[in-house]
Design a binder for this molecule. Structure first.
Ligand SMILES: Cc1ncc(COP(=O)(O)O)c(C=O)c1O
Length: 365
C-alpha cells in the first residue's frame, strides 16, 4: 500500500466491482448514441418527436394521463409539491425526515416556495399509516419515498400503501410518489409500475439510477397537474432548448435494463447474504427489498478504509469507493446492484469475502 492509496482510487483500479452498472464516464453517452441517426431532429423547448414520444411511453408505463421530462428529480419534486399546495391553498406537506427534499436540496422547498414541512416517523424506519393518522395537522400533500433510500431502501407493505392512499384520498390530501427507484421495487411488490401508481396522485421516477441514464427525471400525473408542471419547469429554467442527450440516453438504457430489475433484486439478496456472513458486518435491511441496501461496519471510518483498501489491492474486487461515517465507532456504505455483479467470477467473489472475513476478525485483536 502506498501513501497515495485511497479508498476511491484503489476501488477504481480493481478488476471487478460489486455494485452499479459501471463507471459514469463519457462512454455511457457514446454507447447510447452509437446507432443513432444523425438526422433525427432535436427537441425544442419541450416539443418535438424525441421528447413527446418518450413522455408518452413513460405515461403509459406509469398509467398516468401525461408524463413530463425534467432535467432533475430535485426540480420535478419541488414543483410537484408547490402545485399541490397551491391547489389546496395550504403551504404544508409531510414526508420522511430523511427525504431527499429535507436533507439534500439546501431547503429549496422552504426557501423558494415557503412550504412548511411535517416530518413523519423516526429516522430508522418507513412511514406507517399510524404516523399519517396521528399527524394532527392538515397538509396539502404527503410524499412517500419508495424505497426509502437513506435507510437502505426499506419499504412499507403493499397493504400499508393501499391504506395510506385511501386515508389521504378520504381526507383530501394529495399523495405523491418519490419513486426515484420505483422500477427497482417492482419485483418485491410483484406489481406493475402502473398498479402502484394508481395509489398516488403524482409520481416521479429517476432515469439515471437503476436505469443508468445520464441524468433526468419523469414527473407524471393527470393533465391538470402536468400542464402546471410544464409552466413551473419554464420558470425554473428547466425547459432547456434541447434535452435530447438526456432523453435518448435514458430511453436507450431503459430498453436495456428495465426488464433486469428482478436480476438486480436477486443479486442484492445474494450479495447481502455474503456480507452478513462476514464477521461483525451487517446489512440494512438484512434481506434487501430492492436492488439496494446499506452495509454497516462497527469500526471507525479510518479503520475500515484501511481494511477495504487491502481487500481491493489483494483480491482485485472493489467493495466500495465511498464510506460514510456514522460516529467514531461505525460507518457504512450504500450498495446498489447493477450490471457489474454478474461479471465477477464466483471463485474471485468467494475469495474476496474470505479475505474480508479474515481481516474483520483480525480487527478484534
Ligand atoms: C430519493 C431521491 N429523490 C430525489 C433525488 C434527486 O434526483 P436528481 O439528482 O435527479 O435531482 C434523488 C437523487 O439521488 C433521490 O435518491
Amino acid at each position: 500500500m502506498t501513501e497515495s492509496s485511497t479508498l476511491s482510487n484503489t476501488y477504481n483500479e480493481t478488476k471487478y466491482q460489486l455494485t452499479t452498472h459501471g463507471k459514469r464516464n463519457i462512454q455511457v453517452l457514446k454507447e447510447a448514441f452509437r446507432k443513432m441517426e444523425g438526422d433525427l431532429d432535436s427537441d425544442i423547448y419541450g416539443k418535438g418527436k424525441v421528447i413527446e414520444e418518450f413522455q408518452e411511453k413513460m405515461a403509459a408505463l406509469l398509467g398516468k394521463d401525461q408524463a413530463v421530462f425534467f432535467p432533475s428529480g430535485t426540480m420535478a419534486e419541488q414543483i410537484a409539491l408547490r402545485i399541490w399546495c397551491d391547489d389546496k391553498g395550504l403551504q404544508k406537506v409531510a414526508y420522511h425526515p430523511l427525504s431527499h427534499l429535507e436533507i439534500h436540496e439546501e431547503d429549496g422547498l422552504k426557501e423558494l416556495h415557503k412550504i412548511e414541512t411535517v416530518l413523519l416517523a423516526d429516522k430508522s424506519r418507513v412511514i406507517e399509516l399510524e404516523d399519517v393518522e396521528g399527524m394532527g395537522e392538515d397538509i396539502a400533500c404527503l410524499l412517500l419515498e419508495l424505497p426509502q433510500r437513506e435507510i437502505g431502501g426499506q419499504l412499507p407493505s403493499y397493504e400499508t400503501l393501499e391504506r395510506i392512499s385511501k386515508y389521504c384520498s378520504d381526507k383530501g390530501i394529495k399523495l405523491h410518489l418519490e419513486g426515484a427507484r420505483l422500477l427497482e421495487v417492482l419485483p418485491y411488490y410483484q406489481k406493475s409500475a402502473a398498479e402502484i401508481c394508481t395509489l398516488f396522485d403524482s409520481v416521479y421516477i429517476s432515469l439515471y439510477k437503476g436505469i443508468g441514464g445520464i441524468a433526468g427525471a419523469i414527473l407524471a400525473g393527470d393533465r391538470h397537474f402536468t400542464e402546471k408542471s410544464k409552466v413551473w419547469k419554464r420558470r425554473y429554467g428547466g425547459d432547456l432548448i434541447s434535452l435530447y442527450p438526456y432523453i435518448l440516453s435514458a430511453d436507450y438504457y431503459y430498453e436495456m435494463r428495465s426488464h433486469k430489475m428482478q436480476q438486480y433484486y436477486e443479486d442484492a439478496q445474494e450479495l447481502a447474504s455474503h456480507f452478513n456472513a462476514v464477521h461483525t458486518i451487517t446489512t440494512v435491511p438484512s434481506i434487501p427489498v430492492s436492488n439496494m441496501f446499506h452495509v454497516h461496519f462497527p469500526y471507525s471510518l479510518v479503520q475500515m478504509e484501511k481494511v477495504l483498501i487491502e481487500v481491493h489491492l489483494q483480491t482485485g474486487i472493489g467493495i466500495t469507493g465511498n464510506l460514510k461515517e456514522i460516529d467514531s465507532n461505525s460507518c457504512y456504505f450504500e450498495a446498489s446492484l447493477g450490471d457489474l455483479y454478474r461479471k465477477i467470477p464466483k471463485d474471485s467473489l468467494a475469495n474476496a469475502f474470505e479475505y474480508l472475513d479474515d481481516r474483520m476478525k483480525s480487527l478484534l485483536n
